[in-house]
Design a protein around this ligand. Sequence first.
Ligand code: SF4
Length: 299
Amino acid sequence: MTQSGIIFNTQRFSLHDGPGTRTVLFLKGCPLDCLWCSNPESKNPDMELMYYRSKCILCGQCVKSCEGLGISITEDGVLFDRNIVDIRKCAKACPTGALEIVGQKKSVDEIIPVLLRDVPYFRRSGGGVTLSGGEPTMQAAFCRELLLRLKALGIHSAVETCGHRTWEPFHRAVEAANLILFDLKHINPEKHSSAVGVDNEVIIYNFMKLVPEKKIIVRLPVIPGYNATDEHFRAAAALVLNSGFKGEVHLLPYHSYGSGKYKALQQVYQMEDTEPPTEKQLKAWAYLFESEGLVTKIH
Ligand code: SF4
């Protein structure tokens, strides 16, 4: 019996999540709660319901299927209580796809054939498979088994991580990966907590421990109002250089592409008025790393 994981998306032909052409598996569940997250459907570790008002014809089939328990039609569309409603029944009853369940339980045996379809693209481009999320190491046993299978098949693998997991399960989860895409959101512990809900002690500990062992790309989100300051990037450069890190650094400028999904989850997107950082700022912060000999890219 192989391990199973909850996956909410499989994205083929990605060019931004590691080298070459990649297939990215997005795993559900994250210990952080970043305000700018472009995949808010990744945070909850369980399957959940998304509602798209633009696809809803107010036919009432979903209400009927659940006998009105925790679900009703209002002027603004369908309103449901996520703690009461039977999400499978609702989504199944909807004729238009306005109600969609995100997250599917899949075993490693079920996923491997899906990934094997893209092997010719991986070979031609130097690509492979990336586990993303959410936080893949939340599903450590599944992650480990999948990475070991990819290794045995000679397929390059990468894991995108926020690093917030105690060392042993974290290390077990990522040990077999060829590459780690390690996010560092803030170097100051209090500021880290203020927008993501946890401090960064475990994250920095894991990063320092992993640097001598694994090939890593450091990824720094650039979020105006949170970390887009000279002070933050100087501290990030100092930490990265002190760790002995010699790999690439990628700056990931803020964008609001995921904002529509908050509505579908009946949540409020709190960064509506945030503008992305300017090119001039990004280049100045990239230079802090480039001037120390680190290859630095702006996504
Ligand atoms: S079944 Fe679908 S289309 Fe009909 S009211 Fe419910 S969500 Fe809207």
